[in-house]
Design a protein around this ligand. Structure first.
Ligand code: SF4
Ligand code: SF4
Length: 233
């Protein structure tokens, strides 16, 4: 999701590459789950997130929607999935139920306040408190200074923090996806026929999210095939 704020307002003013050290390490969160609460529709899922959930949790895109873990929202004119926030969830500690959490929280946060899909968590969750800053066909990372509850964070290499294999391919995929969505947004905005805009949105959803990915086959190759097929339509 794009944010219309200046980088200086929300960051330390620096941009980071994958080999840079950044003060992002919050030491395993130590019982905090602040950034899994009240996030609205901001944790938008890309096709690689869906692939990760499919491979790691055995959940198809359709199941994610049917179980209301994920919802569809219009983001900058484009319909995209995001993690759904749920309300009034029972919370437990080691002794049993301790009450209800009234702040909306991610549907994947478990009753003890931990992420139940940690190994398959989406890219935005892996990044936090980093964000991505896109410019000139590429992107860098920035540190959101006012977001993480842990103020005494340590330095960590960006690549280690993101905890994603095949980082070069992942980086290229993110660029392709971001600028592709920009083009879709522009196209939808320029269409006078609302039905044509809906059809384009449905084609994006169908091509990159709804058709299941082959488990055990490289995601980036599958994505490239789908992108090539989409461009030819
Ligand atoms: S706000 Fe910071 S410390 Fe708290 S859960 Fe998120 S990343 Fe961890
Ligand atoms: S997927 Fe996990 S880390 Fe991400 S918001 Fe949900 S509970 Fe938190």
């Amino acid at each position: 999701m794009k944010r219309n704020v200046s980088l200086e307002e929300i960051s330390d003013g620096r941009l980071y590459g994958e080999n840079d050290m950044v003060k992002a390490d919050c030491h395993g969160c130590k019982g905090c789950s602040k950034c899994c609460h009240d996030m609205g529709e901001s944790i938008v899922l890309d096709p690689y997130d869906i692939y990760r959930l499919q491979v790691g949790e055995g959940m198809s895109f359709q199941e994610l929607l049917a179980t209301e873990k994920v919802e569809l929202t219009v983001v900058d004119g484009v319909i995209l999935p995001n993690l759904r926030m749920v309300e009034n969830v029972q919370m437990r500690d080691g002794q049993g139920t301790v009450g209800k959490m009234r702040t909306p929280q991610c549907a994947f946060l478990d009753a003890t306040g931990r992420c139940s899909i940690h190994k398959s968590r989406p890219g935005i969750c892996r990044l936090f408190p980093l964000g991505r800053y896109y410019e000139n066909g590429d992107f860098k990372y920035f540190l959101q200074t006012g977001e993480c509850a842990e103020t005494n964070r340590s330095k960590v290499k960006v690549s280690k923090w993101i905890d994603t294999p095949n980082l070069r391919s992942y980086h290229n995929f993110l660029c392709t996806w971001h600028y592709f969505l920009n083009d879709v947004e522009e196209k939808v905005g320029s269409l006078e026929d609302m039905e044509a805009g809906k059809r384009l949105n449905m084609l994006v959803l169908q091509t990159f999210y709804m058709v299941p990915y082959e488990v055990g086959e490289d995601f980036f190759t599958q994505f490239a095939t789908r992108m090539n097929g989409f461009s030819e339509k």
